[in-house]
Design a protein around this ligand. Structure first.
Ligand code: LMR
Length: 344
């Protein structure tokens, strides 16, 4: 079966067997009773995404009267970042919630608009995009790739971390910074003279601990639950960019579901989305408080002038990335939020 990844394929024995037998993963999953939906993700259970996926699993079981069993595999226990996308396409899993920064390798570069530094002033602006026309248009682009987008789930705004204080753009010079697989994030790091390094989420803690990279960027819940604060001496609450998720499923699988079950699962997803977006902020605030209480990481909140200097240094990424993301997509986001890059 053709997938979008030509290299580094690591099919599981089960997936390989399915492919050989000519079964789609959708067909195989549908033949089971109860119908099992494998939902794989890379973060800890105790995060906005971890909790929301468990919530969805519970409500899916209840609303379908036990006809559907959602099995959640957290913390990269089943697949890492890149592998999970392939697993979805071949039907070895039925649901994922990758961060919006991870759709580039699928060819859906437009999603990287969410990574543009400083494009969202706050969660309200972000929701104007995810719950509006732009969010829908982006999901439509996935359909041609055999993927159905079900919902946008929040995590939150990111902080930078390293073993030195990061207050001015100059402080980033020469630092090796781990990023997700997004060209926009690559460009964002280069804008301040850092050296971006793409790495699977599951490998970040060790890379920070051993000095393979010097620093990274995360919402607080990810930093704390992966214990990165134990190996990062400084953190700057820069809120410079957003990290959230698209819950996605294999289109063939989804379209092949009996209509009543699909409707019940849609309802479970709608409820899980309300829940996810309600808890995200408090989860991140809770994690920040725990990082501070640990005393292991010095938490710094930049002054308005320092944050503005960072913004000025990074906002040029918006024009640099026009040809990759599409100027129309960027303009549509500006229009929805009112952001004007010429007025900082
Ligand atoms: C990351 O790789 O840093 C994040 O995308 C992890 C996640 O799923 O929140």
């Amino acid at each position: 079966m053709k997938t979008f990844f030509s290299q580094g394929r690591r099919m599981t024995v089960v997936a390989a067997a399915l492919a050989v037998a000519g079964l789609t993963g959708a067909g195989a999953a549908l033949a089971q009773t109860p119908l099992v939906i494998k939902f794989s993700h890379v973060v800890a259970n105790d995060t906005p995404k971890g909790k929301a996926s468990e919530f969805f699993a519970k409500r899916a079981g209840e609303l379908t009267g036990g006809k559907v069993k959602v099995e959640v595999y957290a913390n990269s226990t089943l697949y890492k970042d890149k592998e999970e996308m392939e697993a979805l396409q071949i039907g070895a899993v039925q649901m994922l919630a990758p961060s919006l920064a991870k759709f580039g390798p699928l060819g859906a570069r437009e999603f990287e608009v969410f990574d543009l530094p400083f494009i969202f002033a706050n969660a309200d602006d972000l929701h104007k995009v995810t719950t509006g026309a732009v969010g829908k248009q982006l999901f439509a682009k996935l359909e041609t790739r055999g993927i159905t987008g079900l919902a946008y789930w929040d995590n939150g705004f990111k902080s930078f971390s390293a073993n030195k204080p990061l207050k001015t753009p100059d402080d980033f010079k020469g630092l090796k910074m781990r990023i997700q697989s997004s060209k926009v994030l690559e460009s964002q790091m280069r804008a301040v003279g850092a050296l971006p390094q793409v790495m699977a989420f599951s490998e970040v803690y060790q890379a920070l601990q051993t000095g393979v990279v010097d620093g990274t960027e995360n919402p607080h819940s990810n930093l704390y639950t992966q214990k990165m604060h134990e190996v990062q001496k400084h953190m700057t609450v820069s809120d410079h960019g957003y990290l959230g998720y698209a819950v996605i499923t294999n289109k063939k699988f989804w379209d092949g579901l009996p209509a009543d079950l699909r409707g019940q699962l849609e309802k479970a997803m709608a409820e899980a989305t309300v829940y996810a977006n309600k808890i995200a902020l408090e989860e991140n605030e809770g994690s920040l408080a725990k990082v501070k209480a640990s005393g292991k990481t010095q938490v710094y909140v930049p002054t308005p002038a320092e944050r503005l200097a960072l913004k000025k240094a990074m906002v040029k990424v918006h024009t640099e990335m026009e040809s990759r993301i599409g100027k129309d997509v960027i303009d549509a986001v500006y229009k929805a939020t009112g952001f004007d890059p010429t007025k900082l």
